[in-house]
Unconditional design. Structure first.
Lengths: 114, 115
């Protein structure tokens, strides 16, 4: 069964600290993995997109890693800011005979405190 | 550049009532999608469209209908609302099926409550 599991479900950190969010998936055959940021009351916004051959991709203070062998990805946030408080969603797509199938994780809710 | 615009933003329906959610995009995207987001779950695909005049079922299509008469608009209809359809609905669009370049562009969502 194609699944995307994210951990932790929620996380509280102090402003300025770093954190790492995890994503494990069983989606196959793998096509690409994306991380989205979703602010409260808003739609998700794309942070990074990685294909099979990419191990690391950065977007400012956000760095995503991908290990296609172990089917794991992480999102590292450096020097957190209050504006980083949001849900972070891992999304994995598979290329099937019927087209692309996209599975969304349930997200990690991050709270950054002053 | 407005991106993806959803209307309305909030709605309360009584069981059995009908309504239509409107999604409009100004990016000339071919692909459009309707998702629902429920607490503790990932977004689930309701219906999608690969171009003007086309629609296809997603993961949870029952109780919903869609239409894409114009390329820029994608409508989601609920013919007879049920409490199980209480959710936040998101419309999204993309240039291609893989959306590799920029990913999906999402609207701000419609919070629907069915009582």
């Amino acid at each position: 069964k194609n699944q995307v599991e994210q951990s932790p479900q929620s996380l509280i950190i102090l402003e300025g600290k770093n954190c790492t969010l995890q994503c494990n998936y069983t989606v196959s055959p793998f096509s690409n993995l994306r991380w989205y940021k979703q602010d409260t009351g808003r739609g998700p916004v794309s942070l990074t997109i990685m294909t099979f051959s990419e191990n690391t991709k950065s977007n400012g203070r956000y760095t995503a890693t991908l290990d296609a062998d172990t089917k794991q990805s992480s999102l590292h946030i450096t020097a957190s800011q209050l504006s980083d408080s949001a849900s972070y969603i891992c999304v994995v797509s598979a290329k099937t005979t019927g087209g692309f199938k996209t599975i969304f994780g349930a997200g990690t809710r991050l709270f950054v405190k002053a | 550049n407005a991106g993806v615009t959803q209307t309305p933003k909030f709605r309360v329906l009584k069981t059995g009532q009908s309504m239509t959610l409107l999604c409009a995009q100004d990016m000339n995207h071919e692909y459009m999608y309707w998702y629902r987001q429920d607490p503790g779950m990932g977004l689930r695909l309701i219906h999608y469209s690969v171009g003007e005049g086309t629609t296809a079922k997603g993961e949870v299509p029952d109780g919903y209908n869609v239409s894409r008469l114009k390329k820029q608009n994608f409508l989601l209809g609920l013919e007879s609302a049920a409490p199980s359809q209480t959710s936040v609905y998101f419309c999204a669009s993309s240039y291609t099926e893989t959306a590799l370049f920029r990913g999906y562009t999402f609207g701000s969502g419609t919070r629907l409550t069915v009582v």
